[in-house]
Design a binder for this molecule. Structure first.
Ligand code: SF4
Length: 221
């Protein structure tokens, strides 16, 4: 049963790595900003960009909504692709202010499927970003998928290698208890596993999942 396999993987990862304390961020808004800035860059660069926004006292919805686009781009420069990311942040802010009065609290009563569809309609917000916002900032039970998740699921033959984002999300989401806390920890553990062991070239010896059936010779980009 897939649910038993997923549960065993979780237990092994949690025993090996312990809690991961994701997502780093002092407020819901900081987490959302980080989720938008982290596309195509490493977290250290995102932290620099967030620090820059904080130093300018701008990590506040109203201020980011009003800020000039070019100034915002300059402030988030450390995150890379700063012109594109500034537009994405602005697109999110425009959506929040035009539909929910600029208040994250107003999202609380919106059904998760509807909220996900709305987030995905914002230009520049893809599935992983939308789901990270839903799970980590808004505490919704939505499983976040990324390249690590896909690689580990394929290598452990939990799903076909051709599976797309939605199929991978469905694999985890429909075979685990619908708990945001669990989804949070599970995704963070998969990322840790992907970084330390299940890399493009797998490092199976001593991996916490080594004893489980897996493919040995598949390399990923
Ligand atoms: S490194 Fe090997 S044992 Fe570990 S998760 Fe990847 S395929 Fe599985």
């Amino acid at each position: 049963m897939i649910s038993e396999q997923l549960n065993e993987i979780y237990q092994l990862l949690f025993e090996h790595f312990g809690p991961q304390h994701w997502w780093p961020g002092e407020t819901q808004f900081e987490i959302i900003t980080g989720a938008i800035l982290t596309q195509n860059t490493n977290w250290a660069n995102v932290e620099k960009a967030i620090k820059s926004l904080k130093s300018a006292d701008l990590l506040i919805p109203e201020k980011l909504y009003r800020i000039d686009l070019s100034r915002l781009a300059e402030l988030i420069r450390p995150a890379g692709y700063y012109n594109i990311k500034a537009k994405r942040l602005k697109n999110f802010m425009n959506w929040l202010f035009e539909n929910y009065g600029g208040e994250l609290a107003n999202l609380e009563n919106v059904d998760t499927d509807r909220l996900r569809a709305e987030l995905l309609s914002i230009k520049g917000v893809g599935r992983e970003t939308a789901d990270s916002i839903l799970l980590y900032a808004l505490d919704r039970p939505v499983f976040v998928v990324d390249a690590y998740t896909a690689r580990i699921a394929f290598r452990h033959e939990l799903i076909e290698p051709q599976a797309d984002y939605e199929q991978l999300r469905e694999l985890f989401q429909s075979n685990l208890p619908q708990e945001s806390k669990l989804f949070n920890e599970y995704h963070a553990l998969l990322v840790r596993l992907g970084k330390e062991f299940c890399r493009a070239k797998a490092r199976c010896p001593n991996c916490p999942l080594e004893k489980l059936p897996h493919m040995l010779d598949i390399e990923f980009l």
